[in-house]
Design a protein around this ligand. Structure first.
Ligand SMILES: [Zn+2]
Length: 395
């Protein structure tokens, strides 16, 4: 028998508890799919996150809206009774109501004052998102936010009701409903008289004052579009509380008040930059000194060559040492060690075809890597034997 679930949230968004009769119950891969004669549970839709809550104390896993207008409550366990007591998570619902109503107000201001259509909007109990069809300068956005908050503080009544399709023209809707919502011959509207009217089936506050506030915490322009992340009411409070925790921790670490955070952070960054420069200069000096020492051990064979062992800790300076050494005419220099790449740097004028020699040895030693005649690097497990054989070829 065809029956459409009576949606109690359409009539009263503030009802959090209800009694209903189980109409059907089927086991599927999702769990037990329960249809009731009526429900307070709002399924996901129009950008609004779904409700959470329980049926007879058992948590509702998921809500699904069918094309026929039924709402399926997906449960883990079968419901044994023929009637249930349903309870929605009011904290989540009210945040959704604030987010949803606040979004309509900001979208209304952006359309009325700046002729900017909202392309899409979505919201959870943590964050709301609006995509605008065009970009908006920061100072206009700030003005729009003040205007939206003024409407909130004016505590205007919010009207949500069903109207027949014939009445659409009379209500001067800012946006027309999608076809699938008109098949029942009526649509639900959200309206602040004299401000903005749109079709919407979500759950909303009954007056603007209940929204508390609306705040844009970030805005980004992507091509022609603007993405706004917004918060309202309790969600703004959650956001400010979390932000305060972060700024307080940072201020404590930097030993300043929160007002001094930007200056203190800038100083840390400047200091870091100066230290990095000093460190680099120091590393270069160390590398140059090391090159002078190593050069004293050089062997003169077919070319002048040196070899030295290095470790992970010397990684920052080894290249500089090698390049310094390679300034010696007709020379080859080898740096090697356990679990570090075996690196060979030759002077530009080197008379041997070092690339061929190294490639041949690499194949023999099953190494991984490569390079050019003047710079070559490979991982070689038996690096000591490799270097011994390489040195024989250079002698
Ligand atoms: Zn809405």
């Amino acid at each position: 028998m065809y029956s459409m679930t009576q949606k109690l949230f359409d009539e009263n968004a503030y009802q959090a508890e209800f009694e209903a009769t189980v109409v059907s119950q089927t086991q599927t891969e999702l769990g037990w799919e329960v249809v009731l004669d009526k429900t307070c549970f709002f399924p996901e839709g129009g950008g609004q996150d779904s409700d959470a809550g329980t049926l007879n104390g058992q948590k509702v896993k998921k809500l699904v809206k069918t094309d026929d207008g039924d709402i399926i409550h997906v449960m883990q366990e079968k419901i044994e009774q023929s009637t249930i007591i349903g309870q929605i998570d009011w904290k989540k619902r009210f945040r959704n109501m604030q987010q949803h109503s606040g979004q309509h107000i900001l979208s209304g201001v952006l359309l009325n004052t700046y002729k900017l259509q909202t392309e899409s909007a979505s919201f959870t109990e943590k964050e709301g998102h609006i995509t605008l069809e065009w970009s908006i300068p920061d100072n206009d956005l700030e003005k729009a936010l003040i205007a939206a908050n003024e409407i909130i503080f004016a505590n205007k009544p919010i009207i949500t009701k069903f109207i027949s399709l014939d009445e659409i023209e009379k209500y001067n809707l800012a946006k027309l409903p999608k076809d699938k919502f008109t098949k029942t011959g009526k649509i639900r509207i959200w309206q602040i008289e004299g401000f903005y009217t749109i079709p919407c089936g979500g759950t909303h506050c009954k007056s603007t004052g209940e929204i508390g506030n609306i705040f844009v915490k970030s805005n980004k322009i992507h091509g022609n579009r603007t993405d706004l992340n917004f918060t309202t009411g309790f969600v703004t409070l959650d956001y400010l509380t979390a932000t305060k925790k972060i700024t307080s921790e940072l201020a404590k670490m930097l030993e300043v008040g929160t007002d001094g955070l930007v200056d203190a952070t800038k100083k840390v960054m400047d200091d870091r930059h100066a230290l990095n420069l000093a460190l680099r200069e120091n590393q270069e000096q160390v590398a140059a000194q090391k090159a002078v020492q190593i050069l004293q051990t050089a062997t003169k064979g077919k070319v002048t060559f040196t070899a030295f062992v290095y470790s992970e800790a010397d990684k920052g300076t080894v290249k500089t040492t090698l390049y310094q050494l390679a300034e010696t005419p007709n020379s080859v220099h080898i740096a090697h060690g356990a679990n570090v790449p075996l690196t060979v740097v030759s002077s530009k004028d080197v008379s041997l075809d070092t690339l061929s020699i190294l490639t041949e040895l690499k194949t023999k030693f099953n190494g991984k890597g490569g390079g050019s005649k003047t710079y070559w690097q490979a991982m070689i497990t038996d690096h000591e034997q490799f270097v011994k054989e390489l040195m024989e070829k250079l002698s």
